[in-house]
Design a protein around this ligand. Structure first.
Ligand SMILES: [Fe+2]
Length: 282
């Protein structure tokens, strides 16, 4: 197994391993350790099917059905992310950085995507490092970094997510889902990673709406300051080719999907594994 690490240390590309053949317990341990170090791992040209995708994700824990899918009775942990001429990406798409379903009490530990069909241009996914974002805040504004350690923020699905659900499942089911998840969840703004205990900035532009216990004006200003910390060098992008597999740490990273591929067909299958509530850093 060859691990080619990006220049920042965040994100790596792994080759000389055949995930279709299954991984040994030693390989699984090495892959988990590599993910804990680098946050995102890309495995080009693996050509897994859904069963193989699930088996690979299973090295991190039990497969999780997306809570929104589970709320309407779905039991399949494999979700399909699909766009084409008749299903264009929603305005703005997933283009805000987010942690998948951070509006829920528990978030997934890892997500694994496999590309089935990739657009010939565009369509890259980008991840940003929440540990580096917190370090940047500590270096540039230690007072704010200290202050947010004791604060919580409200995460909720919001109108953009509702719009996406309407496109995917129609207005009736989307309304049912919205009712169930609209209240959102309060999470600590600085979280400790469930495995490594590394400290992370746990807010995201996709789902974090309000800092709890401060005025709206102060909350808006603080969140704008924090969201901007995810821009910069500590990012990793993957331009998909059919057959590629990428796994990322949902606690350590935020990600955004593109809407720059027009009406081209783009199909990815996703699976998440393991789950923990974000916990406050000591
Ligand atoms: Fe996502």
């Amino acid at each position: 197994m060859k691990v080619e690490v990006s220049s920042t240390g965040f994100g790596a590309t792994v080759s000389s391993i055949d995930l279709r053949a299954g991984v040994t317990s030693e390989q699984a341990q090495a892959i988990r350790a590599s993910l804990d170090t680098h946050g995102v791992l890309a495995f080009p040209s693996q050509h897994l099917d859904d069963d193989e995708l699930g088996r690979f994700a299973g090295i991190w824990g039990e497969l999780q059905v997306h809570p929104v899918a589970a709320s309407i009775g779905a039991t399949n942990p494999i979700a399909v992310v699909f766009n084409d001429e008749d299903h264009p990406p929603a305005e703005g798409g997933d283009s805000l950085f987010h942690t998948d379903y951070s509006f829920h009490v528990q978030i997934p530990d890892v997500a694994v995507l496999r590309s089935v069909t990739a657009p010939s241009t565009g369509g890259a996914t980008t991840w940003s490092d929440a540990a580096a974002a917190l370090r940047k805040l500590q270096a540039t504004d230690p007072q704010t970094a200290a202050r947010i350690r004791t604060l919580d923020a409200l995460h909720d699905p919001g109108p953009r997510f509702r719009h996406e659900m309407e496109i995917r499942m129609g207005p009736e089911l989307a309304a049912q889902v919205a009712e169930q998840f609209v209240a959102g969840s309060l999470h600590p703004m600085v979280a400790a990673h469930p495995r490594t205990s590394e400290e992370l900035l746990f807010v995201n532009a996709g789902f974090t709406r309000r800092v709890d216990g401060v005025s709206k004006a102060e909350s808006d200003a603080l969140l704008a300051q924090l969201f901007a910390l995810f821009d910069g060098d500590h990012q990793f992008s993957h331009l998909w080719a059919a057959g590629d597999v990428v796994v990322w740490d949902e606690h350590r990273t935020v990600h955004r999907g593109p809407s720059d591929f027009g009406t081209q067909r783009r199909e990815l299958h996703r699976c998440t594994a393991g789950t923990h509530p974000p916990r406050r850093a000591d």
